[in-house]
Design a protein. Structure first.
Length: 597
């Protein structure tokens, strides 16, 4: 009404705001041996400044923006929200660490900051972390550390049982901590972190770390027992080392070379497997140095010539070896005498392996139990944000009834600016679980996932897909979809594509191992389509753009500039009042000004 009364179009109003809200620069001015930057400051700093913008002059009287529009602070058009534990909305934030930084250190620092910030917040307001990677990182590293410790223990136990003496066994066993520490030093020099793959590489290499030292110590021990020519102990040990030094060097070098192809991997594969290759190579290099230099030195200090008091009496390690070698000797003699049989058996095993391999199945990484389940809800495309919120709260309350569930936090929709825009009919729920030992079936996450599916199965119009936070991120990174398997159809006929997609989904659903099969929604969002009458437009001397600009500005809104508060900036958003744009009648009554008014 005010625009009509003062004969101001919406576009004129927007242009006046833009023309009265700007700063400009005017080069420099020299004065008294100094240079001054010339700036003209005209940016609005408050609502009062905007209210005082003169839009036009009516019979010599200025018409201010406050007479034509209501100016107030408001929020952007809402395209998402966050809920928690089926109760109400919450405000959520995300902390993203810098590339190359240590995740554990970042999380620790964030936790300390949260404690400090919470002390300054008003009563009833607090920051509560609902998902962090700290738990799974610590759990995974703890698991690998346990595997390392168990591996070291088992290897050491076997060494002491079979090496034939405490001192030779001790020399060989010391190669493990030396090689591991050597790998850690090399990792530190290259700024590598201890993660799943790097520690996993050490776990893989434990058995190989002792190989070279075993050969070296066994040969030294043999030479010390067999040497009776008066040679000094240093000469005997040196001779023994010369005999096996070259084979040890070649053997360990070949092991390191086997891992060289992993260094050439790029992309996700390289990020995943290069740490493993590095740590294995470092550990094997450390074991080589130990076998060639430290083991002989320790052998001189710890190993001596020994004479057997009773030649007919076997030691414990000899008896254990005989248990292994007694069945081996006749088999060895048989295969040496019947080489065709040996070749046939080897060829048969090779063919059997080749036949079985295609049926083993494959995946990029093994499935981990992360301790958090992500439930992705997909609702009707036409759903409003408030109805989407209501449905999500219902699902949250149902999930909290599952004994293993501690907390449920959901994100509905997501802003259209960013890498992961989501519509408001999509909800992403983080289901935090208790510790595995507190589950009704400890370690059986599939049981919990099935209960989650049953909790939402009877809700009409809602489809649930289950995954885990890190698994979902990896799937998105590799394939651009949030699932382990995706089938893409291409064609010109959208309706036919929908039919074929539904047929494929019906075929896949009954297959063993298939779960949460869903067809992406590519249509179904209701639209209000405004089709301008081109003949009427031409009759009034308008262009199509004149009409569409009014529709876009009056209904959707348009930015007419920005207001700054420190480092923050806010758009000046101009559009019609809600009652003038939210009904069909209001849309029909949109005013479009022609060349003649």
């Amino acid at each position: 009404d005010a625009l009509l009364r003062y004969k101001v179009t919406l576009n004129e109003l927007i242009e006046r705001i833009r023309a009265n809200n700007l700063n400009v620069g005017a080069q420099y001015l020299e004065k008294n041996s100094e240079q001054f930057i010339i700036r003209s400051v005209g940016l609005a700093k408050s609502i009062a400044d905007l209210n005082n913008i003169i839009v036009k002059s009516n019979d010599g009287r200025p018409v201010y923006l406050s007479e034509l529009a209501t100016i107030k602070t408001g929020g952007a058009i809402r395209r998402g929200l966050q809920t928690r534990n089926g109760e109400s909305e919450v405000v959520a934030g995300m902390v993203i660490k810098l590339y190359g930084s240590n995740a554990s250190e970042v999380i620790k620092g964030v936790e300390e900051k949260i404690i400090a910030i919470n002390k300054t917040l008003p009563e009833g307001v607090s920051i509560v972390p609902y998902y962090q990677q700290k738990d799974i990182v610590e759990s995974a590293i703890s698991t690998v550390n346990n595997a390392l410790i168990q591996g070291v223990f088992l290897v050491t136990l076997v060494l002491f049982a079979l090496m034939g003496g405490l001192r030779p066994s001790l020399i060989v066993a010391l190669s493990i901590p030396f090689s591991v520490l050597f790998a850690f030093i090399a990792m530190g020099l290259l700024d590598m972190t201890a993660n799943l793959m790097s520690l996993g590489g050490l776990a893989i290499a434990i058995g190989m770390m002792v190989d070279g030292t075993i050969v070296m110590v066994e040969n030294v021990d043999r030479q010390l027992h067999q040497s009776h020519d008066g040679s000094s102990r240093i000469q005997v040990i040196s001779t023994a080392c010369y005999e096996v030094g070259k084979p040890i060097l070649f053997a360990i070098t070949i092991i390191i070379i086997v891992f060289l192809p992993l260094f050439t991997l790029e992309g996700v594969e390289g990020k995943t497997f290069r740490p493993l290759a590095y740590t294995v190579a470092f550990a094997m290099l450390g074991s080589l140095l130990y076998a060639l230099f430290l083991a002989p030195a320790l052998a001189r200090s710890l190993m001596h010539r020994q004479t057997t008091k009773d030649p007919g009496k076997l030691s414990m390690d000899q008896r254990l070896l005989n248990i292994i070698l007694n069945p081996y000797r006749p088999l060895l003699q048989y295969f040496i005498a019947n080489r065709n049989t040996a070749a046939a058996m080897a060829g048969g095993l090779l063919l059997l392996g080749m036949a079985i391999f295609p049926f083993l199945g494959s995946e990029f990484t093994p499935t981990l139990q992360e301790g958090t389940i992500v439930v992705r809800l997909t609702m009707a495309p036409s759903i409003s944000i408030n109805e989407s919120k209501r449905n999500t709260l219902i699902v949250e309350r149902r999930l909290l009834k599952i004994p293993e569930v501690v907390e449920v936090t959901s994100r509905i929709g997501r802003g259209e600016i960013g890498a992961h825009a989501d519509p408001i009919n999509s909800a992403e729920m983080f289901v935090i679980l208790k510790a595995k030992e507190d589950w009704r079936e400890p370690g059986n996450q599939a049981f919990i996932e099935q209960e989650i599916r049953q909790s939402v199965a009877d809700l009409p119009g809602i489809t649930a897909n289950l995954t885990q936070p890190i698994a979902m991120a990896v799937d998105e990174l590799l394939e651009g979809v949030r699932a382990e398997l995706a089938i893409k159809l291409f064609g010109d006929d959208l309706q036919q594509l929908k039919i074929k997609a539904a047929e494929i989904a019906n075929i896949i659903r009954p297959l063993a191992g298939a779960a949460d099969v869903q067809v992406d929604q590519v249509s179904g969002t209701p639209q209000l389509i405004i089709t301008p009458d081109r003949h009427a437009i031409a009759r009034y001397g308008l262009n199509l753009a004149d009409v569409q600009d009014v529709i876009s500005s009056a209904v959707g809104g348009v930015s007419a500039g920005q207001v700054f508060e420190g480092i923050r900036r806010f758009d000046i958003w101009v559009r019609y009042r809600a009652e003038d744009r939210n009904t069909l009648e209001a849309l029909r009554n949109l005013i479009i000004t022609g060349p003649e008014g």
